[in-house]
Write a protein that binds this ligand. Sequence first.
Ligand code: AVJ
Length: 322
Amino acid sequence: SSVQPCSTGDDDRRPPLNDLLAIARHGLGLKLKRLPSWLFYDERGSALFERICEQPEYYLTRCEVALMDEHAASIADSLGSEVRLVEYGSGSGLKTRMLLREMHDPVSYVPVEISPAPLNESVRRLALEFPQLPLQPLCADFSKPLRLPIPPRAPRRTVLYFPGSTIGNFEARDAVDLLRKMRNEMGDAGGILIGVDLKKDVAQMEAAYNDRAGVTAEFTLNMLARLNREIGSDFDLSAFHHHARYNPMAGRIETHIVSSREQQVKIGSSKVGFRADEVIQVEYSCKYSLEDFAALAEKAGLAVMRTWLDPQRMFSVQYLVR
Ligand code: AVJ
C-alpha cells in the first residue's frame, strides 16, 4: 500500500518528554494560574471533543462541514493540481476527505499529529477511501519546526491545511508566530488553507461553549481528571466548575476552571492553594472579523488570496499565500 510508517521526523533526537508534573507545577504556581489547552486532548478529551461537535450549540464544525459541502470543489480549484497537502492536527478527517475528493492529482497527504493513536486511525480510514494517494503521517508537535517527509514525486506546491479554527486557541502574538513558521514550511509557491471562526452575536458564541447537555463542561474538567490520572494529583472534581465567557475587548471566548471554595490540591510532593472563586485559565478561542484576520496574516507576511463562507456566514475558510 502507499502508507508510510509513522515518522517522527527526528532521527537523532528523542521526542521531548512531556513532563506533565513540571507543566502543572509551573502553571499552577503562577499568580494568575493557567494550564495549556493541549492538555485537554488525552483519549477521553478527544472523544469528548468529538461529542462537543455534535451538540446543537456548537456551530463551528457544522458550519465548516456545510462550507466544505458547498465550496470544496472551488477550494480545490484554487489550490491547483499536484499539491502536497500537509494537515496540522488530524481530527475525524471528514473535512479532509471532502477536500481530497475534489483535489486534482494530489501528490501526497501528510497528517501531522502529536498523539500516535488518532494519527494512525485517521490514516487507516483515509487509506480505504484513497488507495492511490501516498500517505505520509508525521508524529510531531505542529507548533514546533517540522521536518516534512520527502514527497514521492515533486509537488507543484505544498499547502498547509489547518481547519477547525484551531488557530483560535493561540493568542494573537502566538498566532502570528505560528503563521510565520507555516509560511517558512510551505515555501515560496506554497499556501495555507485555514479555518477561522468569525465574530458574531455574543449569545451565540457563548452558547457554543456552554452547551445545555454539559459536554463542554465535562471536557474542561477532564483536564483535572487527566492530571489526577497521570500525575496523581488530588483535584476534587466536584469542587471546581467550568466557566466560558466572551471577552469583547480581546475578541475571544475565555474558558476558566473555577474553584468553588477555598481548598488545597496535592501536585506531586507539594500543595497548591486555591481561594474561593479563584480561576485557572485553560483556553482561548479567538474570533475574528475578515478584516481582523487579514491584518493578522499580514503581520506574518501573508496575504489572503480567497475567502469562503458557509451559507450562514458564521465560519470562514481562507487561502493565504506569500
Ligand atoms: C478545536 C480549538 C477549535 O476552541 O472551539 C471546543 C476547542 N473548546 N469547545 C474551540 C473547544 C471547547 C475548539 N477548537
